[in-house]
Design a protein around this ligand. Structure first.
Ligand code: MG
Length: 278
């Protein structure tokens, strides 16, 4: 089926740290006539901050409505579970802001202990969280399952703890397993598909991780494209148990060529209204 819309993971697909990857700008420019959205397991930045980050790197600035983070997906899930939910959050600004739009922070009587990437975990916050879970019956939720995330520290590649690692002390202390939002769970993808107003089978998910980007999108029936510019490198064998993507390529440039071969004119088709450019 001719693709009608694109979803992009960001880190490892469009940029590393604060540097755009080669070909990312050209690819995004080429699809400005097609609906597209950005889906990231990283809950640290707000959609507005992500849009600004892309612009500072020289990439087209997206409409923040089409930037979906795991913090947004977590807040949406909580609101469905319990309208006006009360929460205790441990994580970065992006998580606190997303939750505050739909719920009420209440460290004394939270119904949900929500853990995300970024600063916030220490002896005091862990103590508050485990007491809410053990004494008040609060549910444990984490924004994303990644154990580690790649980052740039002082100009060099470094590894930082991901949501899956940061929630582990809460799970260990309480014996309670967290509800996990973020890819490969469907919530983040479904939010993006709803905003794009396109069926899953007409959309292409472009990602750099087989276990989250590809597995999650394939489970929903989306077309999938893996670019080996991030965590998963050229030559690495495909992991067992993960469905193969439609395209498994070295870069976004190679993906653009493959798409043009299959659907000539797709990437320069301006007939559809640009929806995602401000
Ligand atoms: Mg990635």
């Amino acid at each position: 089926m001719r693709p009608q819309a694109f979803l992009f993971d960001m880190d490892g697909v469009l940029f590393h740290g604060d540097r755009a990857l080669p070909g990312a700008g050209d690819f995004l420019e080429a699809i400005q006539g097609l609906p597209h959205a950005f889906v990231t397991n990283n809950p640290i930045l707000t959609p507005e901050q992500v849009a600004g980050k892309l612009e500072r790197m020289g990439l087209p600035r997206p409409d923040p409505r089409f930037v979906l983070t795991s913090a947004e997906a977590t807040a949406a899930w909580l609101a469905l579970e319990k309208p006006c939910f009360r929460y205790f959050a441990v994580g970065a600004d992006g998580l606190h802001r997303a939750l505050a739009e739909r719920g009420v922070s209440d460290p004394q009587a939270a119904e949900f202990v929500v853990v995300g990437e970024g600063p916030g975990l220490d002896y005091a916050t862990l103590s508050v969280g485990i007491n809410l879970i053990l004494k008040k019956g609060a549910r444990l939720v984490v924004t994303n399952p990644d154990l580690t995330v790649d980052a740039v520290c002082g100009g060099e590649h470094c590894v930082l703890p991901g949501g899956g690692a940061l929630v582990a002390p809460f799970a260990a202390a309480t014996g309670v397993q967290p509800v996990v939002i973020g890819k490969p769970a469907p919530g983040l993808f479904l939010m993006a598909l709803e905003r794009l107003a396109r069926p899953a089978r007409a959309c292409v998910m472009v990602g750099d991780r087989p276990d989250t980007d590809i597995a999650g999108a394939a489970a929903l029936g989306m077309m999938t494209a893996l670019v080996r510019t991030g965590r998963f490198q050229p030559g690495e064998p495909w992991p067992a148990g993960v469905p193969r993507p439609l395209w498994d390529l070295a870069s976004l440039g190679a993906l653009a060529e493959a798409l043009e071969r299959s659907w000539p004119g797709l990437l320069s088709d301006r007939s559809q209204l640009p929806r995602c450019r401000v």
